[in-house]
Design a protein around this ligand. Structure first.
Ligand code: DGP
Length: 139
């Protein structure tokens, strides 16, 4: 499996850095975003290191897609947002800050005014952990 020792998400896959894990299978991992835009903001990654969509094998995209459907459905059931975006960024012009392919699962509220390139702000860990528990209960 491709891995990068300097990649923060590869370190999470390896268990070297903790995360609020929601789900994993052989190829993918889902965990809470540490800088959530809204409660329930989480990430789906392939466990293997591919920096962007441009180098991602189709099979890895399919595996991430399967996990995204499972986790987004659980987010929807647990939190009942008004809507939900899947967001995926490639390169600095798209505001990609972690060069390991990932899908953002982004619950939305009516009128939340969220811009596509949002600012990263640290989340409150207790609130993220409590939200993760609610989502895991629906997976
Ligand atoms: P992007 O900017 O699209 O590349 O999204 C990267 C996201 O990853 C961003 O919303 C913040 C999140 N993130 C960065 N470092 C960590 C980390 O160490 N743990 C977790 N759970 N999320 C992280």
């Amino acid at each position: 499996m491709k891995t990068d020792p300097d990649c923060i998400f590869c370190k999470i896959v390896a268990g070297a850095i903790p995360c609020f894990k929601l789900y994993e299978d052989g190829e993918t991992l889902a965990f809470m975003d540490i800088n959530p835009v809204h409660d329930g903001h989480c990430l789906i990654i392939p466990k293997a290191h591919y920096p962007t969509l441009f180098v991602l094998p189709a099979e890895a995209f399919a595996a991430a897609g399967r996990t995204a459907i499972k986790v987004a459905t659980a987010v929807n059931a647990a939190l009942a947002p008004d809507g939900l975006n899947l967001v995926q960024s490639n390169g600095p012009g798209a505001a990609q800050s972690v060069p390991h392919f990932h899908l953002h699962v982004l619950p939305r509220r009516m009128g939340d005014g969220l811009a596509v390139n949002w600012q990263l702000k640290p989340g409150e860990h207790a609130r993220i952990a409590e939200t993760a528990e609610r989502i895991r209960a629906r997976i």
